[in-house]
Design a protein around this ligand. Sequence first.
Ligand code: SF4
Length: 343
Amino acid sequence: MYINNLDYNEMEKLVVDSGFPRFRADQLFRWIHGKMVSDFKEMKNLPKTFIEYMNDNHRFDKPGIHKRLDSSQDNTKKYLIELEDGNIIESVYLNYDFGESVCISSQVGCNMGCLFCASTKDGRIRNLRASEMLEQIYIIQKDIMTKINSVVIMGSGEPFDNLDNVKRFIEIVTDEKGMNISKRKITLSTCGIIPGIYEALDEGMQFNLAVSLHSAVQKKRDEIIPASKNYPLKDLIKACDYYTEKTGRRVTYEYIIIKGFNDGKEDLKELVKLLKNSNCHVNLIPLNPIEEFHGEAPTHRETVLINKYLNSNGINATIRRELGRDINAACGQLRRNYINNRE
Ligand code: SF4
């Protein structure tokens, strides 16, 4: 059991069961998740007996930076992070106008098989623990020495395929005694795992929902997102509308534009038809090509025209500002390149 994987109540129980006063749990939690300290001996205001006991009986989940790449175009920094078992994941620091954000991974690899994504090429290797998700943020915050105030779970992995750990992660990262990140600043990105969306909502989880749509035509969507075959578009939209009903928040649909595949007149008409009654926002993303997928990116002009078409047809759409293109900031590219070069 890793001490930094415990939520507040579990930590309190552990401390009390070990014969120490309850308030020590409060201090311990603040050291670990507020000050991001991962060594008992550095926790200065705790008594020696307590530190020694903890040190002898518990340990930290301690990933570390394997490599960092800095974009020369903007402030984006991409991290390869090494886990205890030697697996490598990637996380990205993004400096947006609205704040400091980290995009984290939720699994090593991914089972969803999206054709345009480098993270899935070797399938899912394993789920990440909550502590491994938290540490991605702590490592980056300590490295750049700037307070992170928003998190997107949009790196490698499908968060709804690892829901228990993601739920635990959200609970800890939003705890006011820890990082205290606002529940409005946590975004989960899914390829559309419908049962996961309902489960999370019915359990009262709070998050912003981003859905990788990429086509409003079922057959085409199935082609690029194989998991979509189990989750028809009409049911997915229903689940997303349920999200809006339950939370009062709008859904973001991610739409990667692949030239000649999902950018035709009919494709856009279908997109308008599918979303016209939903409270949503469409994020247009020109394809960031990877070696294993031979799709072509649209030109900037083509992207602008698509954006215009959607907005003039009542769909709230914007073009995503591209950050870190020079450092393989698209999902899984850096890790994939690293693994390919290692083999
Ligand atoms: S896009 Fe997301 S869900 Fe699809 S394979 Fe990549 S990591 Fe998995």
